[in-house]
Design a protein around this ligand. Structure first.
Ligand code: UDP
Length: 329
């Protein structure tokens, strides 16, 4: 086990809260730092009173707070970030500051106290590169930095550069994990993610809003598989390197909508929405995004265990059980 006491920034979020569950189950002491801007208290409320769980409400932009928390742990899982295409289009400046300045503060404190840091990055950094499967050293192909999606991609790339240079120049062990479309229970549709939206729309009998032609494809990874990969990579001796984590089961968004309708037994139909209306004028989507995860497989034996239908069932089950309803448009 790598580090008994850990800090999880963004531990109240979708992925962070599942990571927190797994770390506590394994026996770690976990401090969660979250400002609950997109994270939710109910994601971690079940740990209330747990002797090895500590919840701190605050932002990664608070240097004194991050200093204090990093000092008292052994390792840092840095997941706090502005996420979701819709959120970063709506609040580009706030997203940029959180993702760049926030990460800089986390790395600065990790350097001060010489702690290992794992940072979650995103497949967004590959931009419009539709090659597949994408290896970690593939080129990034981006549009104008004045488009929010590409500024987000750039901010996350800066995070990766920080991780890399803190290792290269300062010797702080860092791990970069690029996540490809992680989904599962607790993910909300409020910031643009497609599966919770489709599932909620289907359960309500509303049309499923497919953006563009629906011919664009993605590969979805269950959050439990993502968490297993994240923990294994943190525990590995790797430093200063990036790893893709994702599935290779590719599905078009149109097919995804059909599958959600079939699995929920919904009477919903499908409606198409132009990107300009869904996001903003001139919005550019990725036509395809498939990860090559051979590197993580080689180092830590990473293999996704859940197929798309099982993933969808887990999300449907979550929303059927009356998960807090969230805004979907
Ligand atoms: N999408 C959609 N309807 C929605 C939300 C998203 O058709 O209500 C599309 C979106 O345009 C993209 C794909 O689904 O092509 C995946 O979107 P998501 O935001 O989940 O992930 P990302 O775009 O970051 O891969």
């Amino acid at each position: 086990m790598n580090g008994r006491q850990v800090l999880v920034t963004g531990g109240g979020g979708f992925i962070g809260s599942h990571l927190t569950d797994a770390l506590l189950k394994r026996g770690n002491g976990v401090t969660v730092l979250d400002d609950f801007s997109t994270g939710r208290l109910e994601n971690v409320a079940h740990h209330d009173g747990h002797p090895r769980f500590d919840l701190v409400t605050g932002t990664i932009l608070n240097e004194a707070l991050v200093d204090k928390l990093v000092e008292r742990v052994d390792t840092v899982y840095h997941l706090a970030a502005a996420v979701g295409v819709e959120l970063i289009v709506k609040k580009p400046l706030q997203s940029l500051v959180t993702n760049i300045r926030g990460s800089e503060i986390v790395f600065e404190m990790a350097h001060r106290y010489r702690k290992k840091v794992l940072i979650t990055s995103t497949s967004e950094i590959y931009g419009k590169n539709t090659n597949g499967p994408l290896k970690e050293d593939e080129d990034r192909i981006l549009g104008s930095p004045l488009k929010s999606r590409w500024s987000y991609s750039t901010a996350k790339a800066v995070d990766e550069i920080l991780a890399y240079t803190y290792w290269k120049e300062k010797g702080i062990p860092t791990v970069i994990v690029r996540l490809f479309n992680t989904v599962g229970p607790r993910q909300t549709g409020a910031y643009g993610m497609v599966i919770p939206r489709f599932v909620q729309q289907a359960l309500r009998g509303e049309p499923l809003t497919v953006h563009g032609t629906g011919k664009q494809s993605r590969c979805f990874l269950h959050v439990d598989d993502a968490v297993r990969g994240i923990m294994a990579l943190m525990d590995s001796p790797s430093a200063g390197e990036a790893f893709n984590l994702g599935s290779q089961e590719e599905v078009t968004i149109e097919e995804l909508a059909r599958r959600v309708i079939a699995l929920t037994g919904s009477s919903s139909g499908i409606s198409h929405l132009a990107y300009d209306q869904a996001y903003e004028e001139g919005f550019e989507d990725m036509a395809r995004r498939v990860p090559d995860t051979a590197k993580a497989k080689r180092l830590v034996g990473f293999v996704p265990t859940m197929k798309l239908d099982d993933i969808l069932e887990s999300v449907i089950d979550y929303y059927k059980k009356g998960a807090v309803s969230t805004q979907t448009s």
